[in-house]
Design a protein around this ligand. Sequence first.
Ligand SMILES: Nc1ncnc2c1ncn2[C@@H]1O[C@H](COP(=O)(O)OP(=O)(O)OP(=O)(O)O)[C@@H](O)[C@H]1O
Length: 243
Amino acid sequence: MIAPEQLVQLSGITKTFVDGDQRHTVLNRLDLTLSQGETIALTGASGSGKSTLLNLIAGFERDDAHSAVTNSTSLTAYSSDTSSGTLTLLGQDTTRWKDRDWSQFRQTSLGVVFQQFNLLTPLNVKDNIAFPLRLNGQDWNPWCTHLANTLGLNELLNRHVESLSGGQQQRVAIARALAHKPPLILADEPTGNLDQTASMEVMRLLCELAGEHKTSILMVTHSLECANFMLRRWHLDRGKIHE
Ligand SMILES: Nc1ncnc2c1ncn2[C@@H]1O[C@H](COP(=O)(O)OP(=O)(O)OP(=O)(O)O)[C@@H](O)[C@H]1O
């Protein structure tokens, strides 16, 4: 039985990719537990599987993985021993989750910050930040105002996001990820496109705002300075987590 404060639990998860006649094992019977309020820096060599791990937790890779269970010729596939692995989110076993369950999880419980920002370019700053709320039938609220003020975006709310600097766009991405107060943030090198000063400022704000609601963060980073903002450090090597 999983404790409710354990947001993410992977048990014996294996992930392989098939390339031609070669099968690469990226995650190898991997176990991990991420609890409420924990902040974790995920490091590992290039190609070690950090993004793959985040994609699995977010369900972005689910379709390939699921099709592999019934179709062994799928390009992207779980290896045959994965059937025994489990991914548990918010105390729920995701094995039988359907599209709508994953969508619901992402809409209500997950914020994602990408290296490339991934903002909605036709929209202005305010509509980008409010986007996850609108998916949940809500709208701009005092928490959004607090996010915008803290992140220094209140003067920019009507600006189109493509007219902003990289640092400004990353701050919008953080506001958007936190707008619906998700219990979990997945961040994939969120400061990878920023200079040192902007990186430290973005990290400081992310941690400050996430801390207000005990939001957990799993953040991929190559930067020791950024990793130092997180409480714990995980290193991914040969398909397993080392702490
Ligand atoms: N869709 C895919 N099809 C085939 N192979 C893939 C796919 N996605 C990832 N891989 C392979 O899985 C391995 C892990 O990739 P991943 O992007 O997760 O690594 P990473 O640790 O995030 O790397 P980096 O630090 O360079 O971003 C790599 O060898 C990559 O080529």
